[in-house]
Design a protein around this ligand. Sequence first.
Ligand code: ZN
Length: 195
Amino acid sequence: MGKVSVGLRGWRFDEAEIFTDEGLFKELGEIPLDARQRLIRLVFLVDKPCDACRIQHGEDSIERANQAAAVYGEPDDEVVLCDDHEAEFIYWYQEAGGSEYRGDPDLPEAFYEWFGDGGRSPDEFGAVEHVETDPEELPDPPDGEEIQAKLEEDHEPERIDLSRYADDVTTGKETEMVDDEAVDSLDTEYPTPDE
Ligand SMILES: [Zn+2]
């Protein structure tokens, strides 16, 4: 089963969960809760400035921040990063204790603190390699506007109550964890708890 990122790298979706056989976006109600939450959240994140740039340049120079290219963490407790800073997050997560915050709402603050204190990936850590999953076989990747249009079609956006979904998640069935496999694939993607 193929996995695909939507809008930003990082969060991965099972194609079968979000696309119909025709390669179109499913109705939101047909998309599993976790994937739905992430899609809804992505609408707000695709145009956000990079968190690391924000810390580096300060809120007064927000116009110098690069636009988000990747997102890690959980919906509402995520870190968004530009192409330049994605490596800092991956390094922090893999090598500097960040993985302790897997699935933890404190993940963003912990990363901001590390980065704000001058935490950086060493040069030899290198840039992040971006591996696309069978690009030819994927439906056209929907962009933020497409997601937004979809959401507006199904819902009044301001009436989407993410906390309600969060309750469902915490009381719902155990999320399946595939730790070893996820950790093995860490060289290219941050393992989110649902993978
Ligand atoms: Zn940045």
